[in-house]
Design a protein around this ligand. Sequence first.
Ligand SMILES: Cc1cc2nc3c(=O)[nH]c(=O)nc-3n(C[C@H](O)[C@H](O)[C@H](O)COP(=O)(O)OP(=O)(O)OC[C@H]3O[C@@H](n4cnc5c(N)ncnc54)[C@H](O)[C@@H]3O)c2cc1C
Length: 353
Amino acid sequence: MRYDVVVVGCGPSGASALRRCAELGLRSLGVEKYKLPRPKPCAGILYPRVLEDFQVPREAVLSTLQGIRLIAPSGKQAFIKLDPPGAIVDRQVFDYLLVQEAVKVGAELVEEARVRKVEVRGTSYQVYVEGLGVVEAKFLVAADGVYSTIARSLNLPWRKEDLALTMQTYVRVSEEARRSVEGIFEVYYDPSKILGGWIWVAGRARDVLVGIGSSLNYLNHPLKLKQRLTSFLKHRFKEPKVLKEEAYMLPFKGPRKDSQLVKGKTIFVGDAGGFVRSDTGEGVYYAMHSGLAAAEAIYDYLAQGGSLKDLYVKKLDERGMLQLYGLTEVHEALLSVEEAEAFIDRVRKLGGA
Ligand SMILES: Cc1cc2nc3c(=O)[nH]c(=O)nc-3n(C[C@H](O)[C@H](O)[C@H](O)COP(=O)(O)OP(=O)(O)OC[C@H]3O[C@@H](n4cnc5c(N)ncnc54)[C@H](O)[C@@H]3O)c2cc1C
């Protein structure tokens, strides 16, 4: 089997890359290790910019996102009302519908097929897929998330400081408490309690998500994160009932450097490329845009030659993705109580209540 492009991983970045490759007439295969639809640890917060740039299927929307509340260590708050509103989605449904769009426009897809490793053979790649065998590809899109097999296979592992550990719980609270946060995304900063970390609460139609993240640089033991989350839950809600818990890594330092975004004819997108906002943990918007940028860079490379890396960086720039390299303000707020207070003050002055 020989393809122009093999897209490894079919989350939002892979599904977007796959769809665009197929639309551009490239023979493309998406390889996903799980059976779809598959769950993904995520709060499902989509800011209005996602709804502006992409079609968000109604079936995936659990609640309308009305506003963001940022809370300083002192309890001081900044509220940002979203007008137009955003959405809180069920990632399992959202991601599945995205990949279906790719299939509709002609992309091929294999599920329950884990890519084990890739090897360069002449001018193409040999992709070793469990249960399928070896697939040949001229180009690879590494959309296989934060634990990227492709990155490890091509010797591009993360450094410790690039990552944050997150834990998230799905919680049933009293109806009164749930209503008080429905459609609101709260973010709590308090470096005195968890250095380098932050807590979030997402109020959904049936339950509440409560999560915590912390840079691996400052985390001595994962248990500390769990203890902080449990203590927060007890104080924030009366008698919370934890329905489900999950832990997952998050790229936290912005996208990989130019030299690691493209290796040979492999392009890194989404979490595998580090396309996550390091001030909020938001990644879906950046995953989708980086996936589209990768597909368009491959198409332009085939049409006009040049440097694949330069073409990708140009496409990312056109989509406003390069701003992710400069978002460091909140890192300081995660490390000092004074900085956290000053940050919330600045947001209040910018128009929050
Ligand atoms: C706790 C938590 C909360 C978050 N909340 C938000 C939020 O509210 N809003 C937001 O915008 N972002 C949020 N994010 C970030 C967001 O989830 C990611 O940025 C986004 O999922 C990245 O999409 P992706 O397609 O790059 O990767 P993923 O969604 O991780 O998809 C990667 C896919 O690759 C597949 N795969 C992996 N390895 C292989 C392999 N070897 N072979 C084949 N397939 C493979 C996986 O099964 C998966 O389907 C959150 C992240 C975490 C951890």
